[in-house]
Design a protein around this ligand. Structure first.
Ligand code: FAD
Length: 517
């Protein structure tokens, strides 16, 4: 038996969320990072609804929402004049308990995660990095370097959450296939004055490029992102003053004070596999994409939770080890789609050349007002960016269908008065849900398997979500439906019992049986 069951390389958002999930599940975990403190840069700003739903399972969502700014609209400005405004504030009403896009800077976010980790009994080992690994069928031998010397440690699993330049990925010999965009971006956090400085995201366009403006902190600071033009120069000592005129002209803002400024190149790359033996890759170590839609960090956090519950279940012998293979298939499927969609969005808005210019100056300012006038646009926008549409229908863990729902779908959120069907997900364990009256067969299944059974009246929300009355769902620890049946016929329930047996799913000791709560 290894003292450390899981070693995590990298204490960015991905590594910290993975460590937190594992620590809360009682897994012996270590997390190392060469950085001596949490990141100082605000990099990722957008925190999407699906991330907040997953954070709610960990008891983190309230603090994140309280520390952030809710974005209430998306505006398009051409040459300083507002051309279209899409109210996205409540776009996810009825879809998610977090029906908005939240701006919460990555430095604050990382500090909050580090504090939560400490409270869970895990201190990040700073000044320490993974420098090599060897693995056998039963364990991974990892070489760590720190100021006090080298250490070799045997662990059951190693997780490479060590960012785009991942040493773990290199050690596995996995290719990071893709490319780098030609453009260099600037990014600034600044105090500004002007009409574009409000509670929304402003996409400010001109012939040469664009500047994105959005609130970044409750202190009133704004994030400015755009493309550096060739005429503005390059080099190590590039400063905000080299883009100031362009920013002020494109946005109509007056920039009073710059708190942070940086330039960066953007990539679109994905590892050829997210797993090799007992070693897993997650977050930027596994995939990086253009910042369009603010998806990178959110996707890393999604990876962490998908991997976290599977590792914890297998280590505690509460699921068959074969479920670990579904981490790579589920998350690679989503990462592949995301790379395509963010690449399309990026090329649309940032490409130079005559097509890009035509799109920014003529097409977008005319197309977007028409889109914004469409009544369903805020909901559509929410569904596109919030990650609530992520589903694992092709996974080996997904089976069955009922009404509009299929195995692998995110459990639809159904608010009923003060209560809702996401509340029991805080147990972070397998569970049965019934929408309608649970019959004796389902009660027996719950009793025999020890899985908690949660019954909900089949109200209007369930009908609207396309769930037939009497539907039984077997729900995974991360809130996705593993298996479902639209009725409580004996044959379907036997299939469900067989599924539970096939994947050796065992309820955790704290699971409460029906009638005992
Ligand atoms: C300007 C900008 C804006 C962005 N905006 C958004 C946004 O709005 N929304 C969004 O979702 N994403 C956004 N992103 C992307 C987001 O910042 C990243 O996707 C996110 O930081 C990835 O987190 P991570 O934990 O996977 O990797 P990282 O944050 O890169 O963390 C990796 C960690 O691994 C450590 N490490 C490195 N080597 C080793 C080693 N050998 N051993 C141990 N540890 C090691 C590093 O020190 C680091 O702390 C943005 C990125 C940029 C640059």
């Amino acid at each position: 038996m290894n003292d450390t069951q899981v070693l995590i390389a990298g204490a960015g958002p991905t590594g910290m969320v993975l460590a937190l999930w594992l620590a809360r599940a009682g897994v012996r975990v270590r997390i190392v990072d060469p950085r001596m403190a949490a990141g100082e840069a605000s990099r990722a700003v957008a925190v999407h609804a699906r991330t907040l739903e997953l954070y709610d399972q960990l008891g983190l969502a309230q603090a994140v929402v309280a520390g952030g700014v809710q974005i209430d609209h998306l505006a398009v400005r051409a040459n300083g004049i507002e051309r279209a405004r899409l109210a996205i504030g409540g776009g996810g009403e009825g879809i998610s308990p977090f029906p908005f896009v939240l701006a919460y800077p990555q430095d604050d976010h990382e500090r909050l995660l580090e504090k939560a980790l400490l409270a869970a009994g895990v201190a990040i080992e700073r000044g320490t990095q993974v420098v090599g690994l060897d693995q056998t069928a039963t364990s991974v031998n990892v070489r760590l370097d720190s100021a006090s010397g080298s250490e070799r440690v045997d662990v059951n699993y190693l997780c490479g959450c060590d960012g785009a330049g991942s040493r773990v990925r290199h050690a596995l010999g996995l290719e990071f296939a893709g490319g780098t965009y030609d453009q260099t971006f600037y990014v600034a956090d600044a105090m500004v004055e002007g009409t574009a400085a409000d509670q929304g995201v402003s996409v400010c366009l001109n012939a040469e490029g664009f500047c994105l403006v959005l609130p970044v902190r409750r202190t009133g600071a704004y994030r400015l992102i755009g493309v550096v033009q060739d005429s503005q120069g390059r080099g190590e000592h590039f400063t905000f003053d080299q883009v100031r005129d362009e920013v002020e002209q494109t946005t109509g803002l007056k920039v009073k004070e710059v708190n942070w400024f940086s330039t960066y190149r953007s990539h679109h790359r994905m590892a050829t596999s997210f797993a090799s033996g007992r070693v897993y890759l997650a977050g930027d170590a596994a995939h990086i994409h253009s910042p369009a839609g603010g998806q990178g960090m959110n996707t890393g956090i999604g990876d962490a939770i998908n991997l976290g519950w599977k590792l914890a279940s297998v280590l505690h012998r509460r699921a068959d080890a074969s479920i670990l293979a579904t981490y790579a298939t589920e998350r690679m499927g989503f990462a592949r789609e995301l790379l395509k969609s963010t690449d399309r969005a990026f090329r649309l808005i940032a490409s130079d050349g005559s097509m890009g210019r035509l799109w920014r100056t003529r097409l977008l300012p005319h197309v977007l007002p028409a889109v914004a006038a469409f009544k369903g646009a805020p909901r559509l926008a929410f569904r596109v960016v919030s990650q609530v549409r992520i589903a694992y229908r092709d996974s080996a863990l997904s089976t069955g269908r009922a009404g509009k729902l299929r195995g692998g779908d995110r459990l639809p959120w159904l608010p009923v008065g003060e209560a809702d069907n996401f509340a029991p997900l805080t147990s972070r364990d397998w569970q049965l849900h019934v929408y309608g009256e649970p019959g004796p067969g389902v009660r027996r299944l719950a009793y025999n398997t020890g899985l908690p059974l949660h019954g909900y009246v089949h109200a209007a929300q369930a009908r609207a979500a396309g769930i037939p009355a009497g539907t039984v769902c077997l729900v995974r620890p991360d809130g996705y439906i593993a298996m479902l049946r639209g009725d409580q016929e004996e044959a379907g329930l036997v299939d469900m019992a067989n599924y539970i047996a096939r994947f050796a799913i065992v309820a955790s000791p704290q699971s409460v049986r029906i009638g005992e709560s």
